[in-house]
Design a protein around this ligand. Structure first.
Ligand code: CTP
Length: 404
């Protein structure tokens, strides 16, 4: 609930089939703790009813500039003055053209023109047929709109309602929410390159069995998202998890600890920050059995020789760039007891300036966690909260250390 909590949006709908997605978007914004005032163009009301948008936003919808519900009859002024941003979704080709020319012949365009330009950002999510999108007139308008200070979101590619395939789809609501969160996040990691390991590793025993652990990868993925929102260029090296790749993050998928080690070492040279959230399997079998191990007639259980996997964090933290302070390393510790004592010892053993400790069994698979930050001066507790909020806090902590 960090970035969008208590933010107030004017959500402007213009005529286009993508209006159906905005019902979902409105709900998503409210779920994030924002408030939403819907304003619709006449065209938009052909695609979704004001009743639907009123029910979802919990506020009466405005359509006409002659609406007499506002006591001074100036909805175009009053509505925009309260907003943290005006979000036009979907923005039709016609509406983009109107914005560009400063035309103001309905409430929504009038309101965009009348907004205090330095205080209320205009965020535009275009949606149109691929030919309309690629038309030089639209592309020219979009460029000019950006030059005029609007924040124009990308369009998606794929199947279109008209049956054609190409660029021009409105982003999905979760992508728009992510873009808004990024917009409202301070860019404390701007220009920094962050490398993150996440999830479990899987060490094969035979073609169907292996050694792994209960890590879901959620903490590492949340951190990748938070670093990206804060302006970093993020590479995420993930073990086997079923999580979507955060928007704008480079993801390398690996299976074993050795693969994670190899990828990390090949990427660490360009990183400014390394965050090891992965629950790396400590051991693997010395020789993977080629075919599935069958139960023997005597029913005796097989025995395996285990060998230790390379310690990725230790290797990175002892590299010359880390030792010289060019690469800031953050370790994690998943413990099941004695958190402070074990984490304090682990920070020193790993040779990292910051270690983030948590009780693994209490958080595996959940969207919430509690963290204990351990550095050379002592500890700081981040109490039980969403992994998203904790990640935002951790990003601030890391950024403050980089600034020093
Ligand atoms: N780590 C790593 N490579 C390994 C093992 C751990 O990079 N082979 C990293 C983890 O990503 C984490 C930190 O080291 O950032 C601590 O991991 P943890 O599993 O808590 O500790 P271990 O070093 O494995 O020690 P132990 O299992 O004895 O607690």
């Amino acid at each position: 609930m960090t970035q969008l909590k208590n933010k107030h949006f004017v959500l402007g709908l213009t005529g286009g089939i993508a209006c159906y997605k905005v019902a979902e978007l409105c709900r998503a914004l409210i779920k994030e703790g924002a408030t939403v005032q819907v304003v619709m163009s006449e065209g938009a009301t052909q695609f979704i009813t004001p009743v639907t948008m009123q029910a979802l936003s919990g506020r009466p919808v405005f359509i006409s500039q002659w609406d007499s519900r506002e006591s001074n009859n100036m909805a175009h002024i009053n509505l925009s003055r309260e907003a943290h941003a005006i979000l036009i979704a979907p923005a039709s080709a016609e509406f983009v053209a109107k914005l560009l020319h400063g035309r103001a012949d309905d409430l929504l365009s009038l309101m965009c023109l009348a907004r205090p330009i330095d205080q209320v950002p205009l965020i535009v999510a275009p949606a149109m047929n691929r030919e309309m999108w690629s038309n030089p007139a639209t592309q020219r308008n979009i460029e000019q709109l950006k030059a005029d200070g609007a924040y124009v979101l990308d369009v998606g590619a794929g199947d279109q309602a008209c049956g054609e395939i190409g660029d021009g789809r409105m982003l999905e609501s979760h992508e728009i929410v992510e873009a808004l969160k990024a917009h409202f996040t301070q860019k404390v990691l701007k220009g920094r390159r962050v490398l993150i390991t996440a999830g479990p590793t899987y060490e094969a025993i035979d073609p169907v069995r292996g050694i792994t652990n209960l890590s879901s990868g959620k903490m590492g993925f949340a951190l990748a998202r938070a670093c990206k929102r804060a302006g970093a260029v993020v590479t995420l090296i993930s073990g086997p998890v079923s999580l979507p790749t955060p928007d704008g993050v480079e993801r390398l998928s690996v299976v074993s600890a050795q693969q994670m080690y190899d990828h990390t070492l090949s990427k660490m040279h360009s990183a400014d920050v390394f965050i090891a959230t992965a629950a790396v399997a400590d051991w693997r079998v010395s020789a993977v059995v080629e075919q599935k191990i069958k139960k023997s007639a005597e029913n005796s259980a097989p025995r395996f020789d285990l060998i230790e996997n390379p310690d990725i964090l230790k290797a990175v933290a002892s590299s010359p760039r880390a030792l010289s302070g060019e690469l800031y390393c953050v370790g994690f510790a998943a413990e099941s007891e004695n958190l402070e004592k074990l984490a304090t010892a682990k920070r020193i053993a790993k040779g990292v300036p910051l270690l983030v400790a948590n009780l693994g069994p209490q958080t595996f698979g959940l969207d919430e966690n509690a963290l204990l930050l351990v550095n050379e001066h002592g500890t700081r507790q981040l109490p039980w909260a969403s992994k998203e909020d904790l990640s935002a806090e951790l990003v601030k902590e890391i950024a403050s250390k980089l600034a020093n």
